[in-house]
Design a protein around this ligand. Sequence first.
Ligand code: URA
Length: 244
Amino acid sequence: MRLQKYLAHAGVASRRKAEELIAAGRVRVNGRVVRELGTSVADGDRVQVAGRAVEVPAQHRYVVLHKPDKVMTTMRDPEGRRTVADLVPRELGRIVPVGRLDYDTSGVLLMTDDGELAHVLMHPRFGVEKTYRAVVRGKLAPDDVKKFLEGVRLEEGSARPAKVRVVRASSRASEIDITIHEGRNRQVRRMFEATEHPVSSLVRLRFGPIALGSLAPGHWREATEKEIAALRVLAHAAQSENRT
Ligand code: URA
């Protein structure tokens, strides 16, 4: 595998940034600084970036599911309701959901057997950006938008600032795209409730670099290499942040 691809797979940086690191002489293979972009890395080679060892993780599965509503984001439900496990084939192995969507929320859900990546992406200190489309009662006033930008007050304390974009508005109901960085329980629903615009439907359009796109409810696909690399870059950045 080419060195820049190896670094991107390991989550060190995007392929472009990896090329810059190589050209800048910050990458060593088996102890020697390597500046040639096409350099191949074979099994057993030791790769270091800025003195730190870098490894491509073992093969894992990354699955993007369009969770429909009326489905539990668990692998089993004691009450016998449909779960996400009913929507992905067993052959995909021991994949589990990264985070949770409410029973009544649909949209993009990442599932993986990469426990380490999942752990970092779910860590409350490190907020993956998530965008939801909400249908809410009534029309948002400028003051409501300000509340979202400043951090809606919730029972347990203020939420972090959220971006909202009005997609369609009428006095009866509005469609709003909202982007948050946290994953508190029923957070989006509670934020809109707090501004007296209860949610009647909620769809997650994006989870970090993964967009729902045209994936139909109940359908799944493998994440693309580009998406996986972007997730690793995110997780790597989070880990570096936690180290400082
Ligand atoms: N916020 C909610 O209220 N529900 C979800 O499922 C996700 C975010």
